[in-house]
Design a protein around this ligand. Structure first.
Ligand code: S3P
Length: 172
C-alpha cells in the first residue's frame, strides 16, 4: 500500500487527464475532487457557486479532502483552488506525494478558452479578460503550489500522446 498522490495546479493544467492515466499505470484508484463533490452534494459546481457562493464550495472542498486524504493507492486530481485555502497545502504534503503541474498563464488561458463553461470562476471571461484573470490568480497561488514536493513544467505537454508519455514518466 502506498500513500496517495495529489496532483495540484491551475485549472486546465491537465490534472484530471494525466491523473486518470497515471492511476491506470500504477493500478491506483483515481479521484477527481470536483467530480466527487458534485456527486456527494448532488449539485454541479457552477450551480453551487451560483446558489450558495464560493465560500460554501471551499468549505465543501475542505471537508471532502480531509475525509479522503489518507486513502492509500489513490491518485487525486485536486480542484485548482483546493490547496490554496487555509493550511490545506500543508495537510496534503503531510499525507502523501504532492505534484505541481506548472504551466504559464498564456498557455493556460488558451486551453481554458475551450473548456470554461463548467468553471464558474472563468465561464464569463473571454480573451484578454481570461488572460488577466489567469495571470493574477496564478501569481497569487504560485507560492502555495510551489510548496509541492515535485514540480513538472507542462507547457509543452499539449497532445494526448504527450500526456500519455508524461503519465508514464510520473509512474516511474
Ligand atoms: C477552481 C478550479 C476548478 C473547480 C472550481 C474552482 C479554481 O477545478 O474546483 O471551478 O478556483 O481554480 P479544476 O482545477 O479541476 O478545473
Amino acid at each position: 500500500m502506498y500513500r496517495p498522490i495529489f496532483l495540484i495546479g491551475f485549472m486546465g493544467s491537465g490534472k484530471s487527464t494525466v491523473g486518470r492515466r497515471l492511476a491506470d499505470q500504477l493500478g491506483f484508484r483515481f479521484i477527481d475532487t470536483d467530480t466527487f463533490i458534485e456527486t456527494r452534494f448532488r449539485q454541479r459546481i457552477v450551480d453551487m457557486f451560483a446558489a450558495l457562493g464560493e465560500e460554501v464550495f471551499r468549505r465543501r472542498e475542505r471537508v471532502i479532502i480531509e475525509e479522503l486524504m489518507s486513502m492509500e493507492d489513490t491518485v487525486f486530481a485536486t480542484g485548482g483552488g483546493l490547496p490554496c485555502h487555509g493550511d490545506t497545502m500543508e495537510l496534503l504534503n503531510a499525507s502523501g506525494e504532492t505534484v505541481y503541474f506548472r504551466c504559464s498563464a498564456q498557455i493556460l488561458s488558451l486551453r481554458l478558452e475551450l473548456c470554461k463553461r463548467t468553471r464558474p470562476t472563468i465561464r464569463d471571461k473571454s480573451g484578454e479578460e481570461l488572460l488577466i484573470f489567469t495571470q493574477e490568480t496564478l501569481a497569487r497561488r504560485e507560492p502555495i503550489y510551489s510548496q509541492a514536493k515535485h514540480t513538472f513544467d507542462i507547457d509543452l505537454i499539449d497532445t494526448p500522446e504527450k500526456e500519455e508519455a508524461f503519465a508514464r514518466q510520473l509512474a516511474q
